[in-house]
Design a protein around this ligand. Structure first.
Ligand code: ATP
Ligand code: MG
Length: 367
């Protein structure tokens, strides 16, 4: 019988901590990634993503915390497996091929074991997979940027790393090419059972690529889970705003209800007198036309309609973005509407909010 204890995450980091000049830039970060799983470390610039990756790669030392690969300790504050022995592949935005080496020699660079014929076979297999076998005897300068990137991918994969660390590896490519290379890359990594930690600050990229998203802010992982869960059950206002534009209504709670111009919102367990932010995405603002000075009647799903005036409307391609100024307090709300919807500035409309798509967060006093 196999014991369950044999099943370890491919990569596990526990309580990683790193400070520069007394400021914690990576603050108690823990993560587990199983073989073949892709985790995206998603967060704004400067939140500590690359620093986390560098510690896992072994090119930077943590102040505290541990790193395990397949259940084996590879690094704590006293013991440290050197970077070249960690079986970790790296792919960074500024990947560089060796210009004086052929494509074959670039891909074979990290292959230290096996006979010459075995190494050649592995190189051919990988170039075949990234669809570049015809360039095997060519040189980097004969390839386009996207082709060079695929060679870099083949090079990183050649030694069959257990873990692949990728730091915004696709950001130098145009949109279409990026989509293709992303999907291709993911396919190969999944087939090889590699655990992937991919750093990005683009939510679309994370949702497209990730089995799991770890949302990072100010050195901490604030939320972690499947993309759908992170998107639909955000932990705070900033997490909503990280994925899309967010509308916010400030309101006060009494009797476990937050009172707004759109009606009352459930605020279970929130004490009377507490300020809350009711946060929702622009696609969940519903628009109705003015009918002789009236809007739609109140309903239990959409609450009460509030009067607003169009400030401006913009066509965005797949959708239109309409900005409203609310009658009751002059605040601004944004709606996105599928297709073309371009009302004139000054037009009167009635707005309702999809209440099942609203998030209610108590406002914490600053300081
Ligand atoms: N060697 C260093 N010395 C001092 N501060 C550093 C050092 N390396 C990183 N930092 C600081 O640590 C913070 C996190 O940096 P890091 O590169 O991890 O951010 P990031 O999340 O990768 O951002 P980006 O998306 O812009 O790449 C930044 O404020 C950065 O200035
Ligand atoms: Mg970075």
């Amino acid at each position: 019988m196999t014991e369950m204890t044999d099943v370890h995450p491919r990569l596990e980091i526990k309580n990683l901590q790193r400070a520069y000049g007394g400021r914690a830039v990576v603050d108690d970060v823990s993560l587990k990634i199983m073989p073949g799983q892709v985790t995206c470390l998603l967060g704004p610039s400067g939140c500590g993503k690359s620093t986390t990756l560098r510690m896992i790669a072994g090119v930077e030392m943590q102040d505290s915390g541990t790193i395990h690969v397949d259940g084996k300790l590879i690094c704590d504050t006293v013991f440290r497996v050197p970077p070249e022995r960690r079986e970790i592949g790296l792919m960074f935005q500024d990947f560089a091929l060796f210009p004086h080496l052929s494509v074959a020699d670039n891909v074979g660079f990290g292959l230290k074991t096996g006979t010459k014929a075995e190494r050649r076979a592995r190189i051919e297999e990988l170039l075949e997979r990234v669809d570049l076998l015809r360039f095997i005897d060519g040189y980097p300068h004969q390839l386009s940027g996207g082709e060079q990137q695929r060679v870099a991918l083949a090079r990183a994969l050649a030694p069959r790393p257990k873990i692949m660390l990728m730091d915004e590896p696709f950001s130098g490519l145009d949109n279409r090419l990026r989509d293709d290379i992303r999907d291709e890359t993911l396919g190969i990594l999944k087939e090889e059972g590699t655990a992937v930690l991919l750093v990005t600050h683009e939510p679309e990229e994370a949702m497209r690529m990730a089995d799991e998203i770890a949302l990072m802010r100010d050195g901490k992982i604030v939320q972690q889970g499947a993309p759908y869960n992170v998107y639909t059950r955000p932990v705070d206002r900033a997490s909503v705003a990280f994925f899309s534009d967010a509308n916010v209504l400030r309101a006060e709670v009494s009797g476990a209800l937050a009172h707004t111009v759109f009606g009352r919102f459930l605020a279970p367990g929130v004490p009377d007198g507490t300020q809350v932010d009711i946060v929702f995405r622009p696609q969940h603002l519903r628009i109705d036309f003015d009918r002789a000075g009236k809007g739609p009647l109140p309903t239990s799903t959409d609450g009460t309609a509030a009067r607003a005036v169009v400030a401006r409307a913009r066509f965005m391609g797949n959708e239109s973005l309409v900005e409203f100024v609310m009658d009751h307090d002059g605040s601004t709300l944004r709606a996105t509407v599928p297709n073309v919807f371009l009302p004139q500035p000054g037009a009167v409309m009635w707005l309702t909010v999809r209440r099942d798509r609203c998030f209610v967060f108590p406002v914490h006093a600053a300081g």
